[in-house]
Design a protein around this ligand. Structure first.
Ligand code: SAH
Length: 239
């Protein structure tokens, strides 16, 4: 069973959206297990203080190292990766999600306020990961994104086994456009839009070729960074 422990000041936020749909079903079936642990439980003083003012001044509060460290120690298991959600972390990727999904599970530390005392990150060798170049008010929503991404990769969670392999990012390309019935549809702008003819042809080779061309076009246009990386990768392979 794949095990997630989320350390948070708001454990009641979990499982939240992960209690529904694919992930929720897998959770009920015991494919994965989630425990949300309240960091405040590890505060020793009468007021259960978890944060303090930053040394050097400045706005906001910082999560105290002693309290957070005690929480991490209480849940850490040797061999279980420990991630800290953080906007300055390495971008979380599909490749990292695959690695995590193949392992025993993960500990996810959710920051709040201005973030956590740097020494906890060092002492526990926390892997800082970011879910995007924007700032959330806390790590919980980011942790849910990480969990969601990993859980859908666990064996038996997604319907068709192959449905992950052609998706965006799996091979460095974004996905091709999807169409379903009706084959002709008129939208609110009064324009009739027909499904590309090749998709109705039943010719699997042509369909695959069309989809690959669309993937390449979309990636080149929308994500020149991914496109450049893919070019470099193919060139290295050819050498
Ligand atoms: N002062 C910080 C932002 C703190 S936001 C800075 O300027 O970088 C509070 C918490 O939300 C963070 O500790 C982190 O756990 C979480 N968080 C915010 N944005 C995030 C992102 N893009 N990815 C992952 N976690 C994020």
């Amino acid at each position: 069973m794949w095990r997630v422990t989320a350390l948070s000041l708001f454990p009641e936020m979990f499982p939240g959206p992960l209690g529904e749909s694919l992930a929720g079903k897998a959770l009920k079936e015991g494919v994965w297990q989630l425990s949300a642990v309240d960091i405040r439980r590890f505060a020793a003083d009468r007021h259960r203080t978890v944060d303090d003012a930053p040394f050097g001044g400045g706005a906001g509060m910082v999560m105290k190292p002693d309290v957070l460290s005690a929480a991490i120690e209480a849940v850490a298991v040797p061999g279980l990766p420990k991630l800290l959600l953080s906007p300055r972390g390495a971008p979380f990727t599909q490749a990292r999600a695959r690695q995590l999904a193949e392992g025993p599970g993960v500990v996810l530390v959710c920051g709040r306020f201005e973030g956590v005392d740097e020494r906890v990150i060092e002492a526990h060798a926390l892997e800082e990961v970011s879910v995007g170049d924007f700032v959330l008010s806390g790590g919980e929503v980011a942790a849910m994104a990480v969990m969601d991404c990993c859980v859908r990769l666990l064996p038996g969670v997604m319907g068709a086994a192959e449905s992950a392999s052609e998706e965006s990012f799996e091979d460095g390309l974004l996905e091709y456009p999807h169409y379903t019935r009706p084959a002709s549809w008129t939208g609110p702008d009064g324009i009739e839009r027909r499904v590309p003819e090749v998709l109705l042809s039943g010719h699997h080779g042509k369909v695959a070729e069309w989809r690959m061309t669309r993937r390449e076009e979309i990636t080149r246009r929308r994500r020149p960074d991914l496109w450049a990386r893919r070019r470099t990768a193919t060139e290295t392979e050819e050498k």
